[in-house]
Design a protein around this ligand. Structure first.
Ligand SMILES: Nc1ncnc2c1ncn2[C@@H]1O[C@H](COP(=O)(O)OP(=O)(O)OP(=O)(O)O)[C@@H](O)[C@H]1O
Ligand SMILES: [Mg+2]
Length: 243
């Protein structure tokens, strides 16, 4: 079974003036536990793909099966519920709430799930410790460096134990040292069993993923890259078809 299985997915944005075909018949399958990097030119549809994958946006036609569930026919409420249960999202701009502490930021998606306070506390502390911010729980986002803010955003995404972690240029606003630490953290999360799809413009980071998918003009193609390491995940996925 695939974690993500999209077939012929298209997305058309219509305004009064323009019609934009952001995705044209995109086919992509991602295995459980894969770490996929998505690259491609600006405006090619990467964020649109990720937003659809993360159930933040609907699509115009095609089919999308997420972890065995056909999401095409879900209404808004069912989509939100599924997103909250299965998906963690990390954005380029961190998207932390400025007047909440890190603890309370990480709490937001758990509150939404209606989880009891004791379990929430355990998950929040666990997630913040995992990203190296155990001593910063009462701090506010603007008291942290960019790399720390991004790690807090990763803790928020992790606290709910998502099956699929989606990251849209998570290192785009970070210097190279902070980008390294965020990338290492994502690799650890993947090694612990979470499937990751990461959009990046950085070819060095993309090369560290199991597989690269290139989106051009709203369509996805698989890109193979030479790899000196050949762990099982790679051997298993390098020949995986996109369609
Ligand atoms: N809400 C929207 N309304 C109308 N058009 C949109 C909307 N969102 C995206 N588009 C258009 O869809 C196309 C794909 O946009 P998308 O944001 O997916 O590109 P991207 O590959 O993420 O680019 P970048 O690398 O610059 O982030 C673009 O032409 C964009 O203008
Ligand atoms: Mg984008």
């Amino acid at each position: 079974m695939y974690m993500l299985d999209m077939q012929s997915v298209a997305k058309v944005f219509r305004t009064e003036q323009v019609t934009t075909h952001a995705l044209r018949s995109l086919d992509l399958r991602v295995h459980e536990r894969e770490f996929v990097a998505v690259t491609g030119p600006s405006g090619s549809g990467k964020s649109t793909f990720l937003n659809i994958a993360g159930l933040l946006e609907t699509f115009t036609s095609g089919t999308y099966t997420l972890d065995g569930d056909d999401v095409s026919a879900l209404d808004d409420n069912a989509r939100s519920r599924l997103r909250n249960q299965k998906i963690g999202f990390i954005f380029q701009g961190f998207n932390l709430i400025p007047d909440l502490t890190l603890f309370d930021n990480v709490d937001v998606p758990l509150l939404y799930r209606g989880m009891p306070a004791g379990e929430r506390r355990e998950r929040i502390e666990g997630a913040l410790e995992r990203v190296g911010l155990g001593s910063r729980m009462k701090h506010y986002p603007n008291e942290l460096s960019g790399g720390q803010q991004q790690r807090a955003a990763i803790a928020r995404a992790l606290a709910g134990s998502p099956r699929l972690l989606l990251a849209d240029e998570p290192t785009g606003n970070l210097d190279s040292e902070m980008a390294q630490s965020v990338m290492e953290l994502m690799e650890q999360i993947n090694a612990a069993g979470t499937t990751i799809i990461m959009v990046t413009h950085d070819p060095l980071l993309a090369a560290r993923a199991h597989r690269n998918v290139h989106i051009v003009d709203g369509q996805a193609t698989n890109v193979m890259h030479d790899s000196t390491t050949s762990n099982n995940a790679r051997a298993q996925h390098v020949h995986a078809p996109t369609a």
